[in-house]
Design a protein around this ligand. Structure first.
Ligand SMILES: [Zn+2]
Ligand SMILES: [Zn+2]
Length: 220
């Protein structure tokens, strides 16, 4: 089982387990994300992951965990901060188009459902046509970063576990990385790190959250 796009039908139907114990794998599988989020080189050498993937009729069940240290920078003073990740997840990733399948799979024989079912079938066909025409995914539950239809195998699905793991990492990170909750950041006027020393600047009281930005402006 490969971490990036991998055919679901090549996964053992009983489920497969994958352990990522060599942390040198991450910069490779997350290369684009790490550059985009400016986080390259910040994955700790203890970083590891574990996955269990179980293909189902209409999607994939994925359980796993991400553990280890991320070396990030405080968003106020840029001091290094170690964030310990311990993210356990259990998710179901539906296949695109699974929506249609479920509706047409409705059990027959319920007379009062027949009219509705015909309407739904009609509606479905329209939607499916539109879907094929536009190449759009109309099921809001489907995450196209993680599951997609294979280009060369009709009805074949492939899964991107690296993308799923990245999403779990982002969920595990704090919204704002701080070295300590009351980090004072840089003085917006003289640029001193106010955690280390006081400065004699006076005057306007500025939003400390803007300090880092202001400081960058001065330097640029
Ligand atoms: Zn700080
Ligand atoms: Zn100052």
């Amino acid at each position: 089982m490969k971490l990036t796009w991998f055919p679901v039908n090549a996964i053992n139907p009983e489920g497969e387990t994958l352990k990522i114990e060599d942390s040198s794998v991450w910069p490779e599988i997350w290369a684009d994300n790490l550059v985009e989020f400016d986080m390259a080189g910040q994955i700790g050498s203890d970083f590891s992951g574990e996955l269990f993937v179980l293909p189902q009729e209409d999607g994939c069940l994925v359980r796993g965990k991400l553990m280890g240290t991320m070396h990030l920078a405080c968003s106020r003073c840029t001091e290094g901060v170690d964030i310990v990740i311990n993210q356990v997840f259990d998710t179901f990733e539906p296949y695109p188009g699974g929506h249609f399948k479920r509706l047409t799979d409705l059990a027959p024989g319920k007379t009062h459902d027949k009219g509705r079912r015909r309407n739904e079938d009609r509606q479905d066909r329209k939607l499916e046509e539109a879907h094929q025409r536009d190449g759009l995914d109309i099921d809001p539950d489907v995450d196209e970063e993680v599951i997609r239809e294979m280009a060369d195998v009709r009805g074949g699905m492939e899964i991107n576990l690296a993308a799923l793991l990245w999403q779990e990492l982002v969920l595990a990170l704090p919204i704002k990385v701080l070295c300590k909750p009351d980090c004072r950041g840089f003085c917006p006027q003289c640029g001193k790190n106010l955690n280390l020393e006081a400065c004699s600047c006076e005057g306007e009281i500025l939003d400390p959250r803007l300090a880092v930005l202001r400081n960058l402006k001065i330097n640029s």
